[in-house]
Design a protein around this ligand. Structure first.
Ligand SMILES: C[S@@+](CC[C@H](N)C(=O)[O-])C[C@H]1O[C@@H](n2cnc3c(N)ncnc32)[C@H](O)[C@@H]1O
Length: 183
């Protein structure tokens, strides 16, 4: 972690974007049950964009992926990855601030992967996620076991449920994962 800002910095990119991770946390296996062609997907805290090409493939040419992060350096890496995968027409890269996602786009699927613990105000972020999620849409939350205890994770799940999201799946094999639906 970057001590100054408490967000994961460029020095962590090698742990986030490599073949071993893509094998252990295969985006197609993890997200495919919740995404269909034509969907709009927000990846909040996309980092170097490790999952973005797979998400772009899943939504197809009629869908849209918005890769969101607050660090310019991460967004630059994501842009490069999107260009080399040939997905510039279906992926938008969006810079947010620590206080707000600054986006009005309604989404079918919102992902926060290994980022919720970096925000000082999960309630605020979850409120924004609920606002940006379409009725029937899915929120996929994954947190690293090495940074987030079971009890910290349960606290976040409680916030999600109090915000009106309905838990539809929970797992804890490689990471702590919960999937919610907005009714
Ligand atoms: C550990 S990295 C994970 C990156 C990516 N989700 C992955 O799993 O490969 C966390 C990312 O979340 C971003 N982040 C932290 N707080 C954020 C916030 N409030 N809004 C948007 N991005 C945030 C950081 O800049 C960093 O790129």
């Amino acid at each position: 972690m970057n001590k100054k800002t408490d967000v994961c910095g460029l020095d962590h990119v090698k742990w986030l974007d490599n073949g071993v991770r893509r094998f252990l946390q295969n985006p197609r296996k993890m997200f495919k049950p919740y995404i269909k062609e034509g969907d709009t997907v927000l990846d909040v805290g996309c980092g170097p964009g490790a999952f973005i090409p797979a998400l772009a493939e899943m939504v197809g040419s009629s869908g849209k992926v918005i890769a969101i992060d607050l660090q310019d350096e991460m967004l630059a890496l994501t842009r490069k990855k999107v260009a080399s995968a040939g997905y510039t027409s279906r992926v938008t890269v969006h810079k947010c601030s620590a206080e707000s996602l600054d986006i009005s786009q309604q989404a079918d699927f919102i992902l926060t992967f290994f980022m919720m613990h970096e925000t000082p105000d999960p309630l605020h972020l979850i409120t924004e996620i609920c606002h940006n999620l379409k009725p029937g849409g899915t929120f996929y939350l994954a947190e690293p076991k090495f940074h987030v205890t079971k009890s910290q994770f349960l606290d976040v799940l409680q916030i999600c449920e109090k915000s009106g999201l309905v838990l539809i799946n929970e797992q804890g094999i490689v990471s702590r994962t919960a999937v919610f639906r907005k009714n």
